[in-house]
Design a binder for this molecule. Structure first.
Ligand code: ZN
Length: 393
C-alpha cells in the first residue's frame, strides 16, 4: 500500500458528532492507516508519498451502512441482483453491517440451521470483501430451541450480531428475552425491528416489545418500511439505551420528528444511519448519501453531524477501528463534492439543500478502490487520483 498524502482538502469531516470538523487541509495515510491530520506545514510528508490534490473537495470517513441484508458474496436473492455491494461502494459505502441473512432461499427455521447460517455468513464475510467493502455478516435469526450454549458456540465462531428480532416468529419477550441476555452477555449486539411488518412472516413491533427486550439497536425508527407511532419512538428513547436508526427504505416524512426527538434528548450519538437494503424497496446504491441528505435537509442537522452519524456513531457501537478521521484508524475515506449544477458549492452545502453529493474517490485501507463514482453525478471539482479507476460517466 503506497504512502499517500491528500492535500488541498476543503473540509475534513471527522465522523465524531461531538467535534465533526477538523481543522487543516492535509491527511496522510501510511500502511493502510491514517498517520497525519493537519496542515501541509505540520504533517511530515515523505518524498516517496503519492500526492492527491483534493482541489478543495471534502474528505470524510467511508460510510458505514448500519442496516444491510446481504446473504453471501455480492448477490442479493431478494432482488436477484449481482454486485449490489460494488454499486454501494460507488455510493461511498466502505462497511456494511448485516441486520440478518433473512433472504437466503429456503432459510432454515430450526436451532441447528439458524446457528449454522449465522456462523457460515460470519466466516464467509471474514474471508471475502466484495470490491474491497468490509462486511460484518452473520446476524443470527432467533428461532425456537436455541440454547445458551449455542450463543457460546456462535460467539466463539465470530458471530457478533443478533439479526432483527420481529422478522422471525420468535419475538415475544418471554421467548426472545433470555436469548437477548445470552447474546449481550457475550458482547453480541442485538437488533430489534420496529414499526409495521416488513416482508411476509414478519411482525408489527412497538415500544412495548423494544422496552422489554432492551436491544442495542432499535432498527429503522422511520420505518422498515412502515414507521412506528411517535409516542413509541419517544418511549424507546426514554426507556432504553438503544441506538435509534434511520434508513433509506423507510418513511421520509417522519425524518424531522425523529431528529427532533433525538436532539431534544441531547443524544446525537444515539442516531445511526442505514439503508435496510436490499429489501422489498430495492437496491439503492446511493441510499446512505441520500439518507444523510434527508437528515440534513429535512431534519435540520448540520451536514457534518449527519455524516458523522453515518460513520463514527456506528463504528463506536460495533467497536470498529474506522469511521472517524483520526490518526491510527483504518484509512477508509471519501472525497466528496457538490454535484455539477447544484446550487451548493461543496459537499456539505449540497447535503444541506438535499442534493446527493458527488463521490470523487473512495479509499479503503489506504488504497483508492475507485476514483469518480459511476453512480453519483460528477463533481464541480476535478480531482485526479493516480492509479484509481473511476466508473466514468
Ligand atoms: Zn426490519
Amino acid at each position: 500500500v503506497p504512502t499517500t498524502v491528500i492535500r488541498n482538502i476543503g473540509t475534513i469531516v471527522t465522523g465524531d458528532v461531538g467535534s465533526p470538523i477538523a481543522s487543516g487541509d492535509t491527511v496522510m495515510v501510511e500502511d493502510g492507516l491514517i498517520s497525519g491530520v493537519g496542515t501541509r506545514s505540520n504533517v511530515t510528508i515523505p518524498s516517496s508519498a503519492v500526492e492527491v490534490d483534493a482541489a478543495g473537495a471534502t474528505l470524510a470517513p467511508g460510510l458505514i451502512d448500519s442496516h444491510s441484508h446481504p446473504v453471501f458474496g455480492d448477490f442479493t436473492p431478494r432482488q436477484r441482483t449481482l454486485d449490489f455491494i460494488d454499486s454501494c461502494l460507488h455510493g461511498g459505502v466502505t462497511t456494511l453491517i448485516s441486520a440478518g441473512e433473512f433472504h437466503l432461499p429456503g432459510r432454515p427455521r430450526d436451532r441447528a440451521g439458524a446457528k449454522a447460517l449465522a456462523i457460515l455468513a460470519a466466516k464467509s464475510y471474514q474471508n471475502v470483501r466484495p470490491s474491497g467493502v468490509k462486511v460484518l455478516g452473520g446476524a443470527v435469526a432467533l428461532e425456537p430451541g436455541l440454547l445458551e450454549e449455542d450463543f457460546d458456540e456462535m460467539s466463539q465462531a465470530g458471530v457478533q450480531l443478533v439479526g432483527e428480532i420481529g422478522v422471525t416468529s420468535l419475538y415475544q419477550p418471554p421467548d426472545a428475552g433470555p436469548m437477548v441476555k445470552w447474546a449481550q452477555a457475550r458482547g453480541m449486539r442485538v437488533i430489534v425491528h420496529t414499526g409495521g411488518a416488513s416482508v411476509p412472516g414478519s411482525n408489527v413491533i412497538g415500544a412495548d416489545i423494544v422496552c422489554a427486550l432492551q436491544p442495542d439497536i432499535a432498527a429503522h425508527v422511520n420505518g422498515g418500511p412502515t414507521a412506528l407511532p411517535e409516542d413509541d419512538l419517544l418511549r424507546i428513547l426514554r426507556e432504553t439505551d438503544a441506538r435509534v436508526e434511520v434508513v433509506q427504505c423507510g418513511n421520509v416524512a417522519v425524518i424531522p420528528r425523529v431528529v427532533e426527538a433525538v436532539m431534544k434528548q441531547a443524544e446525537p450519538r444515539r442516531l445511526i444511519v442505514g439503508t435496510d437494503m436490499p429489501s422489498g424497496t430495492g437496491v439503492i446504491p446511493l441510499g446512505m448519501l441520500r439518507t444523510v441528505s434527508w437528515l440534513s435537509s429535512l431534519g435540520g442537522l448540520k451536514p457534518e453531524v449527519a455524516m458523522s452519524m453515518a460513520t463514527g456513531n456506528t463504528a463506536l457501537l460495533h467497536s470498529l477501528n474506522r469511521g472517524r478521521i483520526t490518526v491510527g484508524l483504518e484509512a477508509d475515506l471519501l472525497l466528496l463534492d457538490a454535484p455539477r449544477g447544484s446550487t451548493a458549492d461543496d459537499a456539505l452545502s449540497a447535503l444541506a439543500v438535499g442534493d446527493t453529493p458527488a463521490v470523487l474517490g473512495v479509499m479503503i485501507d489506504g488504497s483508492f478502490r475507485i476514483g469518480a463514482s459511476r453512480n453519483t453525478p460528477p463533481g464541480k471539482r476535478a480531482v485526479s487520483i493516480p492509479g484509481a479507476d473511476g466508473g466514468g460517466h
